[in-house]
Design a protein around this ligand. Structure first.
Ligand SMILES: Cc1ncc(COP(=O)(O)O)c(C=O)c1O
Length: 486
């Protein structure tokens, strides 16, 4: 029987099969088994998704924050089909294009001019590669011909609390709130003198410079949150030992954490501090790329140019998996040109992914970048985001349960006074047919709509949220947020 001849599955068949066979990302088995909690989409068009029963949903998330261009674009599907003979000039062109975009965003000979690009198939892979590259950079910054250069001790990573950098070992280790996988879990299996000792620590966290996420007790009189977080960064580097810190990794706007943008004083100060103590800056642009009203989220912060940027989601606008690490030419020169004339195995970049630079994904990435450019979508994203933010503010601010409505481009967040964002996510999905997402901290709702969502659709999303949040007031009052600060 061909696929087209197969009888349509019902929700109860699919749920039985799902419970028996599938493990969901960020899923809980109890939720998987709850009657009618499973929503399976069958098709999509623009900002509208349709489930297997034909019910329509407004997608205020753009898939998993990827489909900026909306669903169902035939031009992107067609370009994938046209690659059936798998020519791979596309990967080269994607690298050239991304290097050019970075140079344009951060002009200057010592910035992203001549940037190099390493292709991956996704976000966490890119973070792993960026960390490996940082280690290699420090190894090779020592005497020529050795792989154990002056920076060999530089291994530690500093990251923000409330971050999300992915689910593989290194990214999971950077998120202090994750405890059952990553470095924290590994250390817990060690004797006490090892667990708790700075000498053995590889991952350290600081507060994000945001009024709701900074631990207020750490702000000194006369400091704003940006200055306080920058001071914390420097104290952390000094406390751990600058000769042990490889890089500071951060999202320009925290996505999964609830669309948290950073105090504008922070990054210029952080740049000075990182330069002074020889710490690389790695911007995780995986969610922010092409979503903040700029190509790169770091453009929000007055020209502060990181050493590396990791991108993914918006690169193909969700149509196929692809990511990239874009890094300064100076990193390339130290890491790959400061080599012995003898061929040494340790000089080889011992890192590769089967799907890096896949020709079909690369073709779709090129077409998606073309569309974003030719349709002026970076500017449009800023405009559409502002319209949606105004609507959300008008309809939600003042509700007892809403602490803050915020947004940068099409990364928007509704911060609640309590940790019940998952319940809200479920209610708006099942009762109002609106797709949005609870952040992993459980007190924020994240909305990252596609550029094609109309004003009327924005209003409907905000109305659905208003109804659910209003009716949840009593439940919310009973559980004040525990996760916001420590
Ligand atoms: C900021 C950020 N970093 C990293 C990742 C991980 O990317 P992936 O799921 O492609 O590994 C994500 C995914 O949501 C993300 O939003």
């Amino acid at each position: 029987m061909s696929q087209g001849d197969q009888p349509k599955s019902s929700y109860s068949d699919l749920q039985d099969s799902d419970v028996a066979h599938q493990m969901h990302g960020f899923g809980h088995p109890a939720m998987q088994k709850m009657p009618r909690q499973l929503v399976v989409f069958e098709s999509g068009d623009g900002a509208v998704l349709r489930d297997i029963e034909g019910k329509e949903y407004l997608d205020a998330m753009a898939g998993i924050t990827v489909a900026h261009l909306g669903h169902g674009r035939e031009d992107l599907a067609r370009v994938a089909y046209e690659q059936r003979n798998l020519t791979n000039t596309n990967a080269v062109k994607v690298c050239e294009r991304l290097s050019g975009l970075a140079a344009q965003a951060f002009p200057g000979a010592d910035k992203m001019d001549g940037a190099r690009v390493y292709l991956t198939a996704g976000g966490a892979e890119g973070i792993e590669a960026a960390y490996h590259l940082a280690l290699r950079y420090w190894n090779k910054s020592g005497p020529l011909g050795t792989s154990y250069g002056g920076g060999y001790r530089k291994q530690k990573l500093i990251s923000f609390r409330n971050c999300y950098h992915g689910s593989t070992f290194i990214p999971a280790s950077m998120k202090p709130e994750f405890s059952d996988y990553g470095w924290k879990r590994w250390m817990e299996g060690q004797p006490k003198e090892v667990y708790g000792s700075a000498a053995h620590r590889m991952f350290v966290n600081i507060d994000p410079p945001h009024e709701l996420f900074m631990d207020k007790s750490k702000i000194k009189p006369g400091e704003n949150v940006g200055q306080a977080a920058a001071r914390q960064l420097e104290e952390t580097i000094l406390g751990e030992g600058p000769d042990t810190v490889a890089a500071f990794v951060f999202e320009p706007v925290q996505g999964d954490g609830g669309a948290v943008d950073m105090h504008r004083d922070f990054f210029p100060l952080a740049e000075e501090i990182c330069k002074k103590h020889n710490v690389l800056m790695i911007a995780d642009e995986i969610m922010a790329f092409a979503k903040t009203g700029h190509w790169f989220g770091m453009e929000l912060y007055g020209g502060v140019c990181p050493d590396m940027m990791v991108i993914s989601k918006g690169l193909t606008c969700g149509y196929l998996p692809m990511g990239a690490v874009i890094f300064r030419n100076a990193i390339w020169r130290t890491a790959f040109e400061n080599l012995s004339t003898k061929f040494m195995v340790s000089d080889v970049w011992q890192h590769d992914y089967t799907w890096s630079g896949h020709p079909v994904c690369a073709a779709v990435a090129l077409r998606a970048l073309d569309i974003v450019e030719s349709e002026g979508l970076i500017t449009k994203c800023a405009e559409r985001g502002r319209v949606f933010l105004d609507i959300l503010k008008r309809k939600l601010e003042g509700l007892h349960v809403v602490q803050q409505v915020r947004g940068t481009g099409v990364m928007l967040g509704v911060d609640l006074i309590s940790d019940i964002a998952t319940d809200i996510e479920q209610k708006v999905l099942l009762e109002y047919g609106v797709v949005l997402r609870a952040s992993t901290n459980k007190h924020c709702l994240l909305l990252t709509p596609p550029y094609v969502m109309t004003d009327d659709q924005f209003e409907r999303v905000a109305d659905a949220l208003r109804s659910v949040l209003s009716s949840s007031a009593t439940m919310l009052e009973s559980a004040v947020s525990k996760s916001r600060q420590h």
